[in-house]
Each structure stands twice: as C-alpha cells, then as structure tokens.
Ligand binder design. Structure first.
Ligand code: 173
Length: 323
C-alpha cells in the first residue's frame, strides 16, 4: 500500500500538469543590448509593465538592465547559455553566437508578413539550431540605416574616412573604402568627441538619445536595409514553459509587433528634428542613389553568404521581394 502511494506521488510529480499546478507563475529575466536611455529600452520597459499587469499568475518579466548588466556584444552568449532568459538585441550584436543573426537587416518584408509566408519559421529554425534561442519577434522595423558624417562627401566614396560600424555596415562601408572601427552604441559619443571616427552608421531615429547630434554634421540619404531589433529567449527556458505561458508570451510579443507602425512616424519626426539641429542631408543624383542602394544590398548579401554558405543563399531567396 505504502509503495503504491509513493509510486503514485512520483508519477504525479513527473506530470507537467501537476508541476504547473504547483508553480503557475514563472518570472523571466530580461536584458537589453541597447543602452538604458535609448528609446528601444523605454518602449521595452512599458511593454514589460503591460505584460506583468496582464500576466499575473501566468508569467512575469524582470528587466535586469542594459549593457551595464551584460555588455552589448556579450548578450547573445548570455541568452544562448541561459545566464538570462530573454534578450533584446539586433543580430549584429550576436554574430559571435552565429553569423546568420546579422542577416535580418536584409529582410524586405515586415514581420507580420514573415509570420504568414513561412520566413519566420525558417528564421526560428536557424535561431533554434545555431543559437539555442527561440526567436520571439521583431519589435523595430520601418527604420532604414544611414551613414552619418562630420565631413562632407560629394560621392559615395569613403576612402580616408574612419567610420564607426557594427557588423550591419561592415561590408557596405568597407566596399566604399572606409576605414572601419567597431564599437557598441555606448561608445559612439566618445569616439566622435575624440575625433577617433569621422562618422558612424545608425538608423534614421535615435541619434538624439545619446547626444550624438552634437557631433554630427551630415546624414547621407538615402537610407538602406531596415534596422532590426528583436526579442529572443533561451531555448531550454522557452521549452520549460507551460503551453499557456508560451502562448501568453508569444501573443504579447505579437501585440508589440502590431505597434511597429510607430517607427514610421518616428522616422519622419527624427529627420525633421535632425534638420532643425542643423544636420544637413547629403544626396546624390538618381543614378548614384540607385547604385548606392544596390551596392548596400550586394555587399550585405555577399557578406552573409560568405559567412554562411549553409543558410545565406536560402535567406537571400526568402528575404528578398521579387521585383
Ligand atoms: O549599433 C548599431 O549601429 C546597430 O547595428 C543597430 C542595429 C539596429 C538598430 C540600431 C542599431
């Protein structure tokens, strides 16, 4: 009789439904690879507040911090290894985990469409297998990258200029002849202030968040690619959640994706704000402009394919809009 009871108890403990009844609420630790005072983090924090209000008894998020807690280029490793549960970053910050991460900058359709046409499924398979990460969703889009400069250029030629980069811009700015210097966002101001760089890559919005406008004279138009900021979760942690917790978290991320239109209006406002701050747009004639954008994509894809002969060509097919 006693034996039977113990066996029944052991079976009950091993049963996920029972375990769920014992701990219905889970708390996940979240970090950001972007600086604490960036708009990305402010929006992340308001989203977390909402998640915590709606997730009582199911799932809670605990925001640990930004690069002061986990350095920008270390965050991917922290999510991969489960030191933290969820990370907000762009793929360029964790190419040290798997190089394909940086390819998301090259998607030519929004994440809502990627969810419908199978592209996101492919992305998640790569993130699962190579990053030990669950790809939760993309929370920044509608934000083309630009080249910002302190020196004027008449054509897309960066020979003799030192430009701050991340992997996002490496192939393109390198192809234009720039001398490249990689830094985390948190080090851009100092690099500009000390004259260590003559310019930097960054999306259309955000240069005021860290006062870079004080050290910026020009923005080169047009923009190129689409800035990607996404949430990823440690795969083991994700798999350890109950179905209810996973569905709740996934839906919350999809809700945030539904607000990505915000970035379009924000981009337009930021261009105006730059103009008001005295930052001049450098533009080229139509043919040069078209060649500039083409070179951006050609160099970007060549870089991705070189680093990932396995997934690069498939990603190019999936991410590129047929024209
Ligand atoms: O740091 C960067 O310039 C960068 O790679 C990036 C990517 C996405 C959004 C903002 C910045």
């Amino acid at each position: 009789m006693k034996r039977l009871t113990l066996a029944a108890l052991a079976a009950a403990l091993a049963n996920p439904t029972f375990a769920q009844a014992q701990s219905p609420e889970v708390t996940l630790r979240v970090v950001s690879a972007f600086p604490e005072n960036s708009l990305y983090v402010k929006r992340l924090e308001s989203w977390i507040e909402r998640v915590n209000a709606e997730g009582k008894g199911v799932l809670q998020l605990n925001f640990i911090g930004g690069p002061k807690a986990v350095p920008t280029f270390e965050m991917g490793k922290a999510v991969q290894g489960g030191v933290v549960d969820i990370g907000m970053a762009t793929g360029a910050f964790y190419t040290n985990v798997f190089p394909e991460a940086d390819a998301l900058k090259l998607t030519e359709m929004f994440v809502a469409e990627q969810r419908k046409n199978g592209v996101l499924q492919y992305i998640n398979k790569v993130w699962n297998e190579k990053g030990n990460m669950q790809y939760l969703g993309r929370i920044v889009e509608n934000q083309p990258f630009h080249l910002y400069l302190n020196k004027e250029i008449a054509k897309p030629d960066l020979k003799g200029l030192k430009i701050r980069i991340t992997p996002v811009y490496r192939d393109f700015f390198g192809a234009m002849g720039a001398t490249l210097m990689q830094t985390a966002p948190g080090e851009v101001y100092t690099a500009l202030e000390r004259g260590v760089v003559d310019g930097y890559g960054w999306p259309v919005g955000g240069i005021f968040d860290l006062n870079w406008h004080e050290k910026t004279k020009y923005r080169v138009d047009p923009g190129f690619y689409d800035a990607e900021v996404s949430l990823t979760a440690n795969l083991k942690k994700w798999n350890s959640l109950t179905a209810k917790q996973r569905e709740f978290l996934q839906q919350q991320v999809i809700n945030m994706e539904g607000r990505n239109d915000f970035w379009k209006a924000y981009g337009a406002e930021e261009r105006k704000r730059q103009e008001a701050a005295g930052i001049k747009a450098i533009t080229f004639d139509a043919a040069t402009t078209a060649a500039f954008v083409k070179q951006a994509y050609d160099a970007g894809w060549a870089g991705v394919i070189k680093l990932s002969p396995q997934h690069g060509p498939a990603m190019q097919k999936l991410f590129t809009k047929k024209k």
